[in-house]
Design a protein around this ligand. Structure first.
Ligand code: KIV
Length: 257
């Protein structure tokens, strides 16, 4: 297991790290052939469950989806988000990390940065759990989207947080919606890999929400590149199916027993 983390860390300055999110086995199976890291993100709250943000995602939801994802993961590193209010103190954080790891067999936990929770990360890492940090726009702690790092004060805070999270023992860190010059500074200062989302190519790797990438979520902010329009495809397929059912063209004898 340690080898998996070492190999991710070693990718820094060698090859860009490829990461995507998955919430289910079928998607994870495909991503696993191409990604270094698969994240079971709490973005599933908005993306799958239609919640207005990630604030009410529960530990149980994360565990169920991570169990499904892990059925499809053979080679990549699977990281699971710790949802909001499940790591307010070290005791709870450790208990909940352990529950996720035990029930899902995933490889690591991601924790969004808030106030001084690098101290919690430090203790969790000391207890043998691998942690990925997350700074910048941390959706659990904002009610509205924001690019973080536009002021000198925010820049200093981001750099300090990144350094504290690295010192706490995180193996990697997500930089979400941070201006490109700051992302560059942080990536150059840290020894651990930075994984960007909306933070430019100046990061050691990139992550996107898969549903945005394939065009099924309907969400397309500036930082998303849509590689297909799956919504359109599903629309067409559904229309065709409907026609076939109405015209008794489906099922055929070959689809029947
Ligand atoms: O929840 C999520 O999917 C994430 C990624 C967007 C980094 O945290």
């Amino acid at each position: 297991m340690k080898k998996k983390f070492l190999s991710i860390k070693k990718l820094k300055n060698k090859k860009p790290i490829v990461c995507l999110t998955a919430y289910s086995n079928n998607i994870a199976k495909i991503l696993d052939r191409h990604c270094d890291i698969i994240l079971v993100g709490d973005s599933l709250g908005n993306v799958l469950y239609g919640m207005k943000n990630t604030h009410k995602v529960s530990l149980d939801m994360m565990i169920r989806h991570a169990e499904s994802v892990m059925l499809g993961v053979k080679k990549s590193l699977c990281v699971v988000d710790l949802p909001k209010n499940t790591y307010n103190d070290y005791i709870n954080a450790k208990k909940n990390c352990r529950e996720i790891l035990k029930k899902t067999n995933c490889h690591a936990i991601k924790i969004e940065n808030y106030k001084n929770n690098h101290q919690i990360i430090k203790k969790i890492v000391s207890s043998g759990i691998q942690v990925m940090g997350h700074i910048g726009y941390t959706p659990q702690y904002y009610s509205k989207f924001k690019v973080v790092g536009k002021t000198k004060k925010e820049e200093t805070q981001l750099i300090n947080d990144a350094l504290k999270i690295e010192k706490a023992g995180a193996f990697s860190i997500v930089l979400e919606c941070i201006p490109k010059n700051i992302a560059k500074k942080i990536t150059n200062i840290l020894k651990i890999p930075t994984i960007g989302i909306g933070s430019s190519k100046n990061c050691d790797g990139q992550i996107l929400v898969t549903d945005d990438l394939i065009g099924i979520s309907g969400f397309k902010p500036r930082f998303v590149k849509r590689y297909s329009n799956l919504n359109k495809i599903i629309e067409k397929v559904t229309e065709k199916y409907k026609k076939d059912v109405i015209n008794k063209k489906f099922p055929k004898n070959s689809n029947s027993y």
